[in-house]
Design a protein around this ligand. Structure first.
Ligand SMILES: Nc1ncnc2c1ncn2[C@@H]1O[C@H](COP(=O)(O)OP(=O)(O)OP(=O)(O)O)[C@@H](O)[C@H]1O
Length: 905
């Protein structure tokens, strides 16, 4: 081989070997890179996997939390819906049948017909009762409702809202109608829902369960051909209610009720069953009612005749299982309740029928009251006007006291609601007129305390702000009636004088002329006033004279009298004075009241319970207004009303004067006693008891330095005699500084000893004497009485049972000396004799002068026995009665006055 060839081979070989090396290197590096790439791929792959897992976990977590939120939200919404439904349909409106009972509600509620089937959260099975296809029923086997999914009732609005139209399954629809009707009846006061049924196919069979309501006319079934007449009748009601009841003031009965608490018209629910075709007239009337009835309380439940959906009409599609729907719940399935159990239906209808047969249910007092923010807005300048209730036609009956009619006469046999009528009237007035516009003086001659609620009592410290005087249990204290009339006579004079001064003739003008003056109208109510006029005596004569004057002149001075009696026909004192009776032109007759209206006016004879005839024209038939009187007897309702008004009074307002004939007044409460100060008066006053008058004045006798200024208490009643002496002693002691006067007590009756000792203990430095040492006192007092030197201070000698004074003639002479001569030397005897004759013995027997006794208080001593101590003709008119006394002071009285001893204080 040539060298060059070899050379070439070697070069090639070298080149090949180089190329191989390079290729190997490249392979190596490629393999390396492959390894690196594979490793990276693996890393990326692993990372991607882990990220996917994380994402999946995050997604699951998110999904779970969304689900949880959804579940909670759903449960909360279902709970809220159930709560709202409970509020919208409380008690008998929403209670399921097994536990259902009638519960009248204060206002119309929505009514349950079944329940809404809300979607169950996934993962929680629907309660077995909701499984499609399984008939739902209220029975013992029904599974208990799931506590976590509150049941949401399906409610429809009927009373005060609209109408219900039922389509679909006939039998289930009948159940819906029966359930709705029973719930409507059971949620309202018996008699306030009236059902009128038209059932031409089954002739009323569709409403057979409600039959017990027919005799009391809560259910009326109209004849098969009576649909037109029924619809006409309802349309007429709507027109009348719009015209006279709503009268342009309210847009619906619901609004009227909300504003005034009155419901003057019943709800009328017409149930139209059967598939018959309506004629044109019927269709027109039906459409009218569907449009306008609900505002006037006329509601339709239609199950048969076709009705187009419209606002205010709830459409119920009756179907089994979860196929039922109600228009207001959209697509939500509804499970309808079964019809009401027969037993519940019958029992409820019987109850309602009984309640209706027993008479109309009372109307609440609230219906007479304005809204609290409208209270005390009226001016009484020209009169006092207040509603008393509704007439049977639904209009409000208002009553006015003014110049005409100025005064009222109310009559009603016992138990017919006379007292309730007065309460309602006073409440209606008190809510409208402030105490600056109106003042009440109330006197009740009936036994009992019917007006006591207006004054502060032990349990309730509030009072009706307008009341200035309340007299209760005054049936034996006719003098109190006289005192009221005298007081009003005084007020009349005051007003007449002011009118004269301002040159005006009536209250309205006086108020205009004297805007700063306090001139409220006064309403004085005297219940059972015949008691005041019962006797043929001085009290009756004066009372009738005062009444006549007040009735005649009070009208223009804003003083109004309201006299009430069980039977005005028996009040001879009134009927003998036609001019007096004529002033009482406002007449109010409760059921079966006689004589209070004009003779031919017999309206009161046929009045239903809780109604009254109000007549502003002296009882003339044409002026009759029948009113259904609300019940004002509920103490709680009254009390919350009274408290509301009372809280508006300024803090320092004075309560009314309460005169309770059964209570013993306390000396400590006497304003006259409280006003006494130790001023060592030269004309000391002995208080004796409380007078029977409008102010709680104390009866008094002034023991000035003058002959006859002694006091005798006469009678055998120890407790009362001791009470009078204690009052006298304590009141005298209150007028002197410690040494300003001398007091001596002598007691000769063991029964009086405790009381005498008690008084002794309360008068500082008081001398104590009894049979053993009274001779000292008498000797000393007789000497004092005849002494020549002037007395430096008064000496009061209180003798308990002076007729039992020991010491024979000497002591008798000494006591006579003291009685005759002592007062001029400031020595006064306040003695208790246990009989008028015994005092006469002390004074020297028959024929002796009685003028040493200038003042006396008689207890159980008859008027005739008092004649010797009573100057002028005859004896005082006095028949003793418990815890009352007759007081006479010859230095100030023309006649004797009745007083009430103060009880223990
Ligand atoms: N309008 C009414 N609504 C509801 N209840 C009433 C109404 N009027 C009276 N009543 C009730 O009837 C009963 C008798 O009423 P009230 O005491 O007013 O009669 P009265 O005529 O004053 O009887 P008396 O003279 O015997 O006291 C009371 O229980 C009262 O609550």
């Amino acid at each position: 081989m040539a060298e060059s060839t070899k050379q070439q081979v070697m070069e090639i070989r070298a080149a090949l070997s180089h190329a191989l090396g390079t290729a190997e290197n490249a392979l190596e590096s490629a393999r390396h890179e492959e390894g690196v790439a594979a490793a990276r791929w693996e890393r990326v792959n692993a990372a991607a996997e882990s990220r996917r897992r994380k994402l999946a976990a995050a997604r699951d977590e998110r999904l779970r939390s969304i689900q949880e939120w959804h579940d909670t939200e759903l449960a909360a919404l279902a709970g809220a819906a159930a709560g709202a439904a409970d509020r919208a349909a409380p008690g008998a409106a929403g209670e399921p049948w097994p536990s259902w009972e009638a519960t009248p509600l204060p206002k119309a509620a929505e009514l349950r017909i079944g329940r809404l089937l809300l979607p169950a959260p996934p993962g929680r099975p629907a309660p077995p009762g909701d499984q499609p296809g399984r008939p739902w029923q209220w029975d013992e086997q029904s599974p208990p409702p799931d506590p976590e999914t509150p049941e949401v009732p399906a409610l429809v609005q009927l009373l005060d809202h609209g109408h219900v139209v039922v389509h679909g399954d006939r039998a289930l629809g009948d159940d819906v109608v029966a359930g709705l009707l029973l719930r409507a009846l059971g949620t309202s006061t018996p008699g306030t829902v009236q059902v009128i049924g038209h059932d031409p196919e089954h002739l009323g069979g569709g409403l057979a369960g409600f039959a017990p309501l027919a005799p009391v006319r809560v259910l009326t079934l109209v004849a098969p051909n009576g649909l037109g007449a029924l619809l006409d009748d309802l349309v007429a009601h709507v027109r009348r209610i719009n015209e006279t009841v709503l009268a342009g003031e309210y847009s619906s009965l619901r609004e009227l009720h909300a504003a005034t608490n009155r419901r003057p018209e019943p709800w009328r629910v017409a149930v139209l069953l059967g598939a018959g075709e309506l004629n044109r007239h019927e269709r027109t009337q039906l459409d009218r009612l569907l449009r306008t009835g609900a505002a006037c309380g006329v509601h339709l439940i239609v199950h048969g005749p076709a009705v187009d959906p419209a606002p205010g009409i709830e459409v119920v599609t009756a179907a089994p299982g979860d196929g039922a729907r109600i228009g207001s719940a959209g697509d939500l399935p509804v499970r309808l309740d079964p019809g009401p159990p027969q037993q519940t239906l019958t029992a409820t209808c019987r109850q309602i029928a009984e309640a209706v047969a027993a008479g109309p249910a009372p109307v609440a007092l609230d219906s007479l009251l304005p809204r609290p923010d409208e209270e005390w807005r009226e001016s009484s300048a020209t009169g006092l006007t207040a509603p008393l209730g509704d007439s049977p036609r639904g209009t409000r009956v208002k009553v006015t006291l003014s110049d005409y009619p100025p005064h009222a006469l109310i009559a009603g046999p016992s138990g017919t609601g006379k007292t309730n009528f007065i309460y309602a009237w006073l409440g209606s007035l008190a809510a409208r007129y402030s105490p600056a516009e109106l003042a009440f003086y109330l006197l009740d001659f009936k036994e009992g305390v019917s007006f006591a609620r207006f004054a502060p009592g032990r349990r309730d410290q509030s009072w009706l702000p307008h009341v200035r005087l309340v007299g209760v249990n005054v049936n034996t204290d006719r003098e109190f009636g006289l005192a009221l009339l005298r007081f009003l006579g005084g007020e009349l004079r005051r007003r007449a004088d002011a009118a004269k001064q301002h040159e005006v003739t009536n209250l309205a003008e006086l108020r205009a002329e004297d805007p700063g003056g306090h001139w409220p109208r006064i309403v004085a109510v005297v219940d059972e006033f015949q008691v005041l006029l019962a006797g043929r005596d001085a009290v009756t004569t004066e009372a009738v004279d005062l009444l006549e004057d007040l009735a005649r002149r009070g009208r223009s001075q804003g003083i109004h009298l309201v006299l009430a009696s069980q039977d005005v026909s028996g009040i001879e004192a009134l009927w003998g004075r036609p001019a007096l009776v004529a002033q009482f032109s406002l007449r109010i007759a409760l059921p079966r009241a006689r004589r209070v209206l004009a003779e031919q006016n017999t309206a009161a004879e046929s009045l239903p319970r809780y109604h009254a005839v109000v007549n502003s024209d002296s009882g003339a038939t044409e002026a009759n207004q029948i009113v259904r009187v609300p019940s004002a007897g509920d103490r709680e309702q009254w009390s919350s009303f009274q408290h509301r008004l009372w809280r508006r009074l300024p803090k320092d307002s004075l309560p009314p004067r309460l005169f309770d004939g059964d209570a013993r007044p306390r000396l400590a409460d006497s304003p006259d006693f409280r006003a006494l100060t130790p001023d060592d008066s030269s004309a000391p006053v002995a208080l004796l008891g409380e007078t029977i008058d409008v102010m709680s004045r104390s009866a008094r006798t002034v023991l000035r330095r003058a002959p006859g200024r002694n006091l005798a208490v006469l009678g055998t009643r120890v407790e009362e005699a001791c009470a009078v002496l204690a009052t006298a002693g304590l009141s005298l002691a209150a007028q002197f500084a410690r040494d300003g006067a001398r007091f001596s007590i002598a007691c000769f009756d063991p029964d009086a000893r405790a009381a005498a000792e008690a008084l002794h203990a309360r008068i500082p430095d008081c001398g104590w004497y009894d049979s053993s040492n009274v001779d000292w006192l008498l000797e000393d007092a007789a000497a004092e009485s005849t002494a020549a030197w002037p007395a430096d201070r008064p000496h009061f000698i209180l003798l308990y049972a002076a007729d039992a004074l020991p010491g024979g003639r000497t002591a008798g002479d000494q006591l006579r000396t003291v009685l005759r001569q002592g007062p001029e030397r400031r020595l006064h005897v306040l003695g208790w004799w246990r009989g008028a004759g015994l005092l006469r013995d002390t004074l020297g027997g028959q024929g002796s002068r009685t003028d040493p006794i200038g003042a006396w208080v008689a207890l159980d001593v008859h008027g005739s026995e008092l004649a010797p101590y009573y100057p002028g003709a005859g004896a005082p008119n006095w028949y003793p009665r418990p815890w009352r006394a007759l007081h006479f002071d010859r230095s100030v009285h023309r006649g004797a006055e009745v007083i009430i001893p103060y009880g223990a204080s």
